[in-house]
Ligand binder design. Structure first.
Ligand code: GLN
Length: 446
């Protein structure tokens, strides 16, 4: 009730939820009370959470913030949703996001932009901007998010919360609407690394329904939180501290790194020489996969269908033109272009080769260091409307986060000292399946 009241009072200004199911939430809360009374509590019994509206929820609309899915109700729960519910969590509703998770500011949503709770004239970041704003404004205790190129870490940074994108394959993608399947990963947005650990303990693990799900044992993330970090080797990639970084953000990051030195960590400068290529590589690979994934929205099987189609061609064309917003259409066009016979070698194949070089850079770095740190974003939250006319400026917001997705590595963002009242995120990148260590390192700072 506390959270539902806050949503009713504060969300008209923030717009962080697309759907709130108060009745279902109160019924689930009542069941949680009963379970606790019978002493049958599970790890998350009664914890009120929200799901990004990209996760299918049985009986509750899943829109992906698109007109295409405005009235879509999935007949099943995503694995992540199912596991959190089985652990006792109570779902308050579904959070706003960029349409089909394409964006860095939550302004491409069919349901309108989300405001940053720290300054409502600014963006919360994206694409999981609704989850980030809702957690930051205490409209839920924690929320799920997804990260294809930075969509958990960037909004976490801009809203002053903790976000973790696990290793690719760590959390099941089953029931999570696909954007770029080789990059998409589910994760947690929470107030602290400790809270994130409690959720990730339940979410992570093999799922036979997702063919890319990793069959790697899941350690107890909560157990590892207090481990000693003296002797930790932290790598600072020189490419993350150059031109383009707001010097005030840089200073906040350096101050946080000095705190780690006080905790006994050792700092080394490293290089990820191919990381400056990550944004151009991503904007070939991600649209290519997006154009393929979004081909299913054809006006026939489900989703928006135009009125009175003249023939099949007209049905496809108008349903997709009406159902998808401008950014999604731009991505589909880029994707079909780079995959077309005449350009495949020049763009798609080339991008895949550079993607491998980017992953190799990280491999070399992790021979020398245990964790990589740097800024999550080049600046604090920008003004709503500021970058909507300039897609390239918008894409550059993810300059420090995208390489991690291309390599499939786990990454985190934690809040450090704010700059002029606006949150700043420190990014932590770990080796494959090293989430326990990332959460531990974050927790020691917090
Ligand atoms: N901002 C990036 C994009 O627009 C990443 C989005 C994401 O991680 N889902 O594609």
């Amino acid at each position: 009730r506390h959270y539902l009241d806050r949503i009713a009072r504060l969300d008209p200004r923030l717009n962080s939820f697309i759907t709130v199911d108060a009745e279902a939430a109160l019924a689930a809360a009542a069941r949680a009370d009963e379970a606790l009374a019978r002493d049958e509590g599970r790890p998350l019994t009664g914890i009120p959470i929200a799901h990004k509206d990209i996760f299918c929820t049985k009986g509750v609309r899943t829109s992906c913030a698109s007109r295409m899915l405005d009235d879509f109700v999935a007949p099943y729960d995503a694995t992540v949703v199912e596991r959190l519910a089985a652990a006792g969590a109570v779902m308050l509703g579904k959070t706003n996001m960029d349409e089909f998770a394409m964006g860095s500011s939550n302004e491409t949503s069919y349901y309108g932009p989300v405001a940053n709770p720290w300054d409502t004239s600014r963006v919360p970041g994206g694409s999981s901007g609704g989850s980030a704003a809702a957690v930051a404004a205490r409209l839920c205790a924690a929320a799920t998010g997804t990260d294809t190129g930075g969509s958990i870490r960037q909004p976490a940074a801009l809203c002053g919360i903790t976000g973790i994108k696990p290793t690719y394959g760590r959390c099941s993608r089953w029931g999570m609407i696909a954007f770029a399947s080789s990059l998409d990963q589910a994760g947690v947005m929470a107030r602290s690394a400790a809270d994130a650990a409690f959720l990730l303990d339940e979410m992570a693990g093999f799922d036979e329904r997702d063919s890319t799900s990793a069959e790697v044992p899941v350690p107890d993330y909560v157990d590892a939180l207090d481990n000693d970090i003296s002797g930790l080797r932290i790598g600072l990639p020189k490419e993350f501290f150059g031109e383009g970084l707001d010097p005030r953000v840089g200073a906040a990051i350096e101050a946080a790194i000095r705190e780690y030195e006080k905790l006994g960590a050792e700092i080394r400068e490293i290089s990820l020489p191919n990381s400056p290529l990550s944004v151009p590589v991503y904007y070939v690979v991600a649209p290519a996969e997006c154009s393929s994934n979004l081909a299913r929205f054809d006006g026939v099987r489900y989703g928006h269908r135009c009125a009175d189609p003249a023939d099949l061609e007209d049905l496809y064309t108008r349903s997709r033109a009406e159902g998808f917003g401008a950014e999604v259409q731009r991505r589909v066009m880029i994707g079909t272009y780079v995959l077309s016979a005449g350009y495949y070698d020049a763009y798609y194949l080339k991008a895949q080769k550079i993607r491998q070089l980017i992953a190799d850079d990280f491999k070399r770095a992790f021979e020398e260091v245990d964790v990589i740190m740097g800024p999550t974003t080049p600046s604090t939250a920008f003004a709503l409307g500021d970058k909507m006319d300039d897609p390239v400026a918008m894409y550059l917001n993810d300059i420090y986060t995208i390489a991690t997705n291309l390599a499939g590595l786990p990454g985190m963002s934690i809040p450090v000292e704010p700059v002029e009242g606006m949150p700043v995120g420190l990014q932590l990148i770990g080796n494959y399946f090293d989430e326990a260590r990332l959460l531990n390192i974050a927790h020691r700072y917090q």
